[in-house]
Design a protein around this ligand. Sequence first.
Ligand code: PLP
Length: 438
Amino acid sequence: MGKNYTQMKYISLNDKNHKVSFEDAVVRGLAPGKALYFPEEIPNLPKGFFQNLNKHSKEEIALEAIKPFVGDEINKNGLQRILKKTLDFEFPVVPISENTGTLELFHGPTLAFKDVGAGFMAGCLGHFVKKGNLGKITVLVATSGDTGGAVAKGFLGVEGIDVVILYPKGKVSEIQEKQLTTLGQNITALEVNGNFDDCQDMVKKAFSDSEIGEKRQLTSANSINVARWLPQMFYYFFAYKQLAEKEQKLVFSVPSGNFGNICAGMLAKKMGLPIDHFIASNNENNVVTRYLKSQKYLSKPSVQTISNAMDVGNPSNFVRILELFNNEFKPLSNQLSSYSYSDEETRKAIKKVKEKYDYVMDPHGAVGYLGLQEFLAENPDYYGIFLETAHPVKFLETVEKVISEKVEIPVSIKEVMNKEKKSIEISDYAELKEFLMQ
Ligand SMILES: *Cc1c(COP(=O)(O)O)cnc(C)c1O
């Protein structure tokens, strides 16, 4: 039987005696000492729920899955409203070959799978502000490209919340810049004369500036926030719903950077979703691939690749995966495989899949495809899904060069490209502070 969770607590992974409510975990983002929050208990969903998944809408499925984690801190109507807005697009599983399909996660408003996490977090924070216990909030983020767009779009028009995004001038793609700078309303884009690290440094400084703190309540929309991490488990439920009649064992290959997405999938399994195995597919930033071989976790500085959203040297969500397995290596390695690929191998895979199956993958999806094929070669009794985490149009130059063809530009991108860019140029921290103090 499903237990009734009226109030889920979140513990700090550095100190299990530090417990907070869902609202506090969302508003704070991080526990003291930059530790991650983690649900005190992982709920089990009733077996019947999984057997009848295809009888439910995606909003109903998402509600059942997330309810225990939110408890009564957001009422059912409120939660339904947030989910309806967040999940307002398709998550199709597209067959590629006999034993392989891809789950397309790029049909959201900014064509990034991060749209779901950003939208859900915006909905939750907006709800808490509206309830009146928080006051007005400013979300301050630095972006190197994709995250900023998803966060901006998620928070667009949410009452009581202003969003200020810093991005490095001339260092994001044209599409990404348009997605950041054309929204208006409660979203302001600050174009920084500097690089991404400069943006990040300014944001950090602002968070510790008490004068700004007196004037504005600042929050980050960081990717390790529980409200961005947890809703990613929906993808796996939605895929399973579409595969209901398949009788083979099921494996998911997840192109991984910070390991939030795959960790949410492993959480879904722990809640009862019948998934047999996971593959963490890495580019050359492969600390987890090496860990599973050697049992030694050695982080190293990130290297730049063509699947740049996965250029992470020390994935912050990996501690959450370890926690799911009580830090025991054996059970973890029974459930998780990991492979790593070079840019050259990634390009070859994009070309091959286009030629053989007439399907265009982006570089991240291609890494996922490669990991899946390597696993299936040794485990032919599985059906495999790799996650397509970005639309190929977002990596136009790389993809078009490899397939020697134009990638079709989606309507939503054409629209945003025709809008007028609005940004405020700043060069140093003093200018950021002046903006935040007005
Ligand atoms: C963020 C991102 C990833 C990595 O996801 P994690 O949850 O950080 O592992 C993969 N692909 C794309 C396109 C992304 O934007």
